[in-house]
Design a protein around this ligand. Structure first.
Ligand SMILES: NC(=O)c1ccc[n+]([C@@H]2O[C@H](COP(=O)([O-])OP(=O)(O)OC[C@H]3O[C@@H](n4cnc5c(N)ncnc54)[C@H](O)[C@@H]3O)[C@@H](O)[C@H]2O)c1
Ligand SMILES: [Zn+2]
Length: 333
């Protein structure tokens, strides 16, 4: 299968390229980082790149949380205009298979239950509570501390920043494309991806990358809140395998004319504090410091139930947390 990998020179895209090649497919990189003419917003460049292509793996995006609202137009341009141009060209070239790099950010806060009121949707955490060191979201009805659960794909979406909004719009565009063309689309909603080639020293890098950079300077990782916030850290090679598996399943395991979304996580949540300890131990560096600082808008817990991807596509993560963090701690790039 000849697969156009947009963003194929990036962190995740480069691993997708390797996974596809290892399975005997023919990945074609389309990334503005490698070639300034390879911009997904450029209709002609995309049309040329689609020549002879069987499927598209769309990783190209402007990532991260953004800084305030100043870069909203840039996010929308790269992520949503880019996706629209790509899909238009795919429709014209009759390329009917798409795998999209989705994100767990579409869910906003994770799933929570109150002992008395069952599953509830907490609002943003109050500054007064955070200042007082009360980090757990509270029940909107009775104020009790909530217990976190696993988010499933049918959970309501609640994008809370511009980046999240553009990731959700990408899915809506892909669904509209599938409906209009009879194409098949899969969105892999990645959780916290880490591993070799993870971007570092940029404001958009993930938390594992920040901790590793601190340790590389001989400094203790600084852990926000109380360190008990839960995430699902999934290794980049497992995410690449999920992409390859999804690409091979398009049109068989997943129905045409629609977009199917799959949570893509390790299935084993860990706290940010545990992650900091694992990295510090692997680096032989100073133990993490839990600072009690917080960032407004950070979600407290977000952990996926990735059972659907396992059950329907037969994917399963292979890289364990300790092993993956140990490798990441020592990775040179
Ligand atoms: N890293 C994570 O934890 C994570 C989590 C959820 C979703 N994602 C998604 O995964 C995808 C890949 O992210 P990543 O972490 O590898 O980031 P990355 O920045 O390393 O890779 C993105 C690549 O896309 C390219 N790109 C950006 N705009 C482009 C354009 N207009 N035309 C062509 N290429 C363009 C960049 O040059 C870059 O190489 C993104 O869609 C991101 O939203 C990542
Ligand atoms: Zn309650």
């Amino acid at each position: 299968m000849r697969v156009l990998v947009t963003g194929g020179a990036g962190f995740i895209g480069s691993h997708v390229v390797e996974a596809l090649a290892a399975r005997g497919h023919e990945p074609v990189v389309f990334d503005v980082r490698e070639d300034p003419a390879a911009d997904v917003r450029d209709e002609e460049a995309v049309a040329r790149a689609l020549d002879g292509v069987d499927a598209v793996c769309h990783q190209a995006a402007m990532v991260g949380l953004g800084t305030g609202f100043a870069d909203a137009a840039a996010y929308v341009s790269r992520n949503d205009l880019g996706t629209a141009v790509l899909l238009t060209a795919m429709a014209a070239a009759d390329v009917r298979h798409l795998v999209l790099a989705g994100s767990m950010v579409v869910y906003g806060e994770g799933r929570y239950a109150c002992a008395r009121h069952g599953v509830v949707r907490p609002g943003p955490r109050a500054v007064a509570a955070l200042d007082a060191g009360r980090f757990e979201p509270e029940c909107p009805q009775c104020g009790r501390e909530l217990a976190p659960g696993l988010v499933t794909e049918d959970a309501p979406v609640d994008p809370r920043n511009v980046y999240a909004t553009t990731k959700l719009a990408q899915e809506h565009l892909a669904a509209a494309w599938a409906r209009a063309t009879g194409g098949t689309a899969v969105s892999l909603r990645y959780h916290n991806v880490y591993g070799p080639r993870m971007p570092r020293d940029t404001p958009y890098a993930g938390v594992a990358s920040f901790f590793r950079s601190s340790l590389a300077r001989g400094e203790a990782p600084r852990v926000y809140e109380d360190g008990l916030q839960r995430r699902d850290f999934v290794h980049v090679r497992d995410v690449a395998e999920a992409n390859a598996t999804a690409l091979e399943s398009l049109g068989t395991a997943t129905p045409p004319g629609a977009l199917t979304a799959y949570n893509t996580g390790s299935g084993t949540p860990h706290t940010v504090g545990e992650m900091a300890h694992a990295l510090a131990a692997a680096c032989g560096g100073p133990a993490p410091v839990v600072t009690g600082e917080y960032r407004l808008g950070d979600v407290r817990h977000i952990t996926a139930d990735s059972a659907r991807l396992r059950a329907e596509l037969g994917w399963k993560p292979e890289v364990g947390f300790t092993e993956g963090m140990r490798e990441f701690a020592g990775a040179s790039a």
